[in-house]
Write a protein that binds this ligand. Structure first.
Ligand code: PAF
Length: 286
């Protein structure tokens, strides 16, 4: 039976009860507007953990633009219903006042992992993510926590944070779920209008071509990304913000590809910023 709680005290009490009866706690932190990508995180958690806790909290600290925060979809009833169908035990849906009763004086400062890509274009974003994830880990005290590989930089930040702070939680990365045409599932996709939606797949097309170039033996990152950026159609509704090859652990840009890298990109489609990434493995040297 799913329970929905909105206070930290109630959540801690129910998690403690479950821990006594069912063992390990799997945790899926979300901002709601759940889709098939979230469902795959929950399903993975259900296979591994005794019970699954899902948090639904649109975290103001990680938004760099007020309009983005305001427009973020919040279909709580539908989210709770999906959690119920997927066998989630507990949904934690706190208010902003519950999570931040006063303006925080302490934030998690993220090092060079946040210097590029989303970290460069969204100042303070990863500090906000790291801070709320650390708070949620303190509140839920999960054994495992599940994050989507679509947000690869976020996953790298969270992995490094739990290492640096010795947080006793196992971080599990779950592969990106895509629409049939390849578009990565994202809560922001609902903002695309009918004319914008077909244009949105061009980022994944470019990323896959980057991966194919690397696999075929190309090694110059600027040459590869410069060439494949041209796959983004010249359309006034599209603006490619990033197309980079980065190291999978520290997210620093790579100049010459000799080891596996991540091709990561951000594309504005109208007023919606979409991100995606693919892993690229260089051809084995003989
Ligand atoms: O990926 C998200 O939905 C958010 O960044 C997270 C991890 C729930 C933190 O607010």
């Amino acid at each position: 039976m799913l329970e929905v709680v909105d206070t930290i005290e109630a959540l801690r009490g129910r998690v403690a009860d479950h821990r006594r009866s069912t063992g390990s706690i799997g945790f899926v932190p979300t901002m709601g507007a759940l889709h098939a990508g979230h469902a795959s995180l929950i399903e993975r958690a259900r296979r591994k953990s005794g019970i699954v806790v899902v948090s639904i909290f649109v975290n103001p600290l990680q938004f760099d633009r007020a309009d983005d925060l305001e427009r973020y979809p919040r279909p709580l009833d539908a989210d709770v219903e999906l959690c119920r169908r997927l066998g989630v035990a507990l949904v934690f849906a706190p208010s902003v006042a519950e999570m931040y009763p006063v303006k925080p004086e302490f934030l998690v400062q993220v090092g060079r992992l946040a210097n590029h890509l989303c970290g460069k274009h969204r100042p303070g974003h990863f500090e906000g993510v790291a801070t709320v994830v650390l708070k949620l880990f303190e509140i839920v005290r999960p054994d495992e926590a599940y994050f989507g590989e679509k947000d690869a930089q976020q996953l790298a930040v969270v992995r490094r944070m739990v290492t640096d702070f010795n947080v006793p939680v196992r971080i599990v990365g779950v592969p990106t779920v895509r629409e049939p045409d390849g578009l990565a599932m994202s809560s922001r996709n609902v903002r695309l209008n009918a004319a914008e939606r077909p244009l949105a797949t061009s980022l994944y097309t470019a990323l896959r071509k980057v991966a194919a170039d690397v696999q075929a033996g190309a090694t110059s990152a600027p040459a590869i990304t410069g060439q494949e950026a041209t796959l983004i159609p010249a359309d006034e509704r599209l603006r490619l913000e990033d197309l980079e090859l980065v190291d999978p652990d520290d997210f620093q840009p790579v100049e010459t590809v000799t080891d596996p890298v991540i091709a990561a990109g951000a594309l504005w489609v109208g007023n919606t910023r979409l991100i995606d990434n693919v892993r690229c493995t260089p051809r084995a040297r003989s």
